[in-house]
Design a protein around this ligand. Structure first.
Ligand code: UGA
Ligand code: MN
Length: 324
């Protein structure tokens, strides 16, 4: 009897061992990553177009992880707030060049979603194919500026920024807000990578200096004891928020909890759009100064010179059709 049990045990033993070994191998565990990745490009472009920065895991979070404690493995980073950059853009000879510069910057920023809004009745082929190859999570919107508002003395891009805001609100209407930060990124400005690190920690509304604007080398919020107390500017100091569109960011939470805050055409003048919008969502006392208490310029209000097309033929003369 005893020897029969014993022989059964020895027959079953290898099978038990095989089962134990198989249970211990987790097929979902990715292969260990051997090279470390630099800070600004730690992305995998996911199927939803979202970029997931990768890092080695913090061991011992749960039992399953504990088993593999000593083995290096990839885990998603604790979610960085997504930066939503709303860019109004319109058709002109330099458009593709501007968008190329912008995409080259944005591609180096983790967890950035580009909301590109064309000032047109339909999406253009140029922008569509550009975005398809840009390698950036993006949303392509379009809305034309009514003809009566296309005047040099009137504010620009009101309808386009509002379309971007509407998209953001709609996308997040049913879910509790994921951490996110909104920033209005005109297509002709110049953005340092440091700027995105600064704005990502925005709790409500953050501000910083802007270079080459307002007829001065820079404009900036004046900060005392960590609070904004005024503005260094050479133009319309009476503005409640004397700041350019490129000088602030707003948390997604603030955008969602103020669903009526939009850019207004009625009564608005160029240079007042920022104040009109910010007045609806915050106060000067509440602003969060970034860029070392607003003492560093990390974004420049550059403007591209109008191109000289004096020698461009009236009718197409070349043998090929080239997109510029
Ligand atoms: C300044 C501010 O920096 C802008 O944020 C503000 O919208 C603008 O004044 C204003 O007066 O409304 P500025 O350099 O004069 O900027 O304006 P642009 O760069 O010519 O236009 C701002 C954005 O709107 C750009 O992204 C541009 O591509 C877009 N835009 C401009 C349109 O979508 N449609 C237009 O007809 C003109
Ligand atoms: Mn501009």
């Amino acid at each position: 009897m005893k020897s029969a049990l014993c022989s059964r045990f020895f027959i079953l033993l290898p099978w038990i061992l095989i089962v134990i070994i198989m249970l211990d191998v987790d097929p979902r565990r990715p292969a260990p990553q051997l090279t470390s990745r630099p800070y600004f490009s730690p992305h995998a472009v996911g199927c939803g177009g979202s970029r997931v920065p990768l890092r080695r895991s913090i061991p011992g979070r749960d039992a399953a992880e504990k088993r593999n404690e000593s083995r290096p493995q990839l885990q998603p980073e604790p979610r960085l707030p997504t930066i939503y950059a709303i860019t109004p853009t319109y058709s002109r000879p330099v458009q593709k060049a501007e968008l190329t510069r912008l995409a080259n910057t944005f591609r180096q920023v983790a967890q950035l979603h580009w909301i590109l809004v064309e000032d047109r009745a339909t999406r253009s082929e140029l922008v569509s194919s550009f975005l398809a190859r840009a390698g950036l999570p993006n949303t392509h919107l379009h809305v034309p500026t009514p003809r009566r508002y296309k005047r040099p003395w009137l504010p620009r891009a009101t309808e386009q920024r509002n379309a971007g805001l509407a998209w953001l609100r709609q996308r997040h209407q049913h879910q509790s807000a994921q951490p996110g930060v909104l920033f209005f990124a005109d297509d002709d400005n110049t953005y340092s990578l440091e700027l995105f690190q600064e704005m990502r920690t925005t709790r409500k509304v953050s501000v910083w200096p802007v270079g080459l604007v307002g007829g001065r080398r820079y404009e900036r919020p004046l900060v005392k004891n960590g609070k904004v107390v005024g503005w260094y500017t050479g133009w319309r100091e009476d503005r409640p928020f004397a700041i350019d569109m490129a000088g602030f960011a707003v948390s997604l939470q603030v955008i969602l909890s103020n669903p009526k805050a939009v850019f207004k055409r009625r009564g608005s003048q160029p240079g007042m759009q920022e104040s009109d919008f910010l007045k609806q969502i915050t106060t000067v006392e509440e602003l969060e100064p970034k860029a070392s208490n607003c003492t560093k310029v990390l974004v420049w209000h550059t403007r591209t010179e109008k191109v000289n097309l004096a020698n461009e033929p009236k009718y197409h003369l070349d043998t090929v059709n080239i997109e510029v």
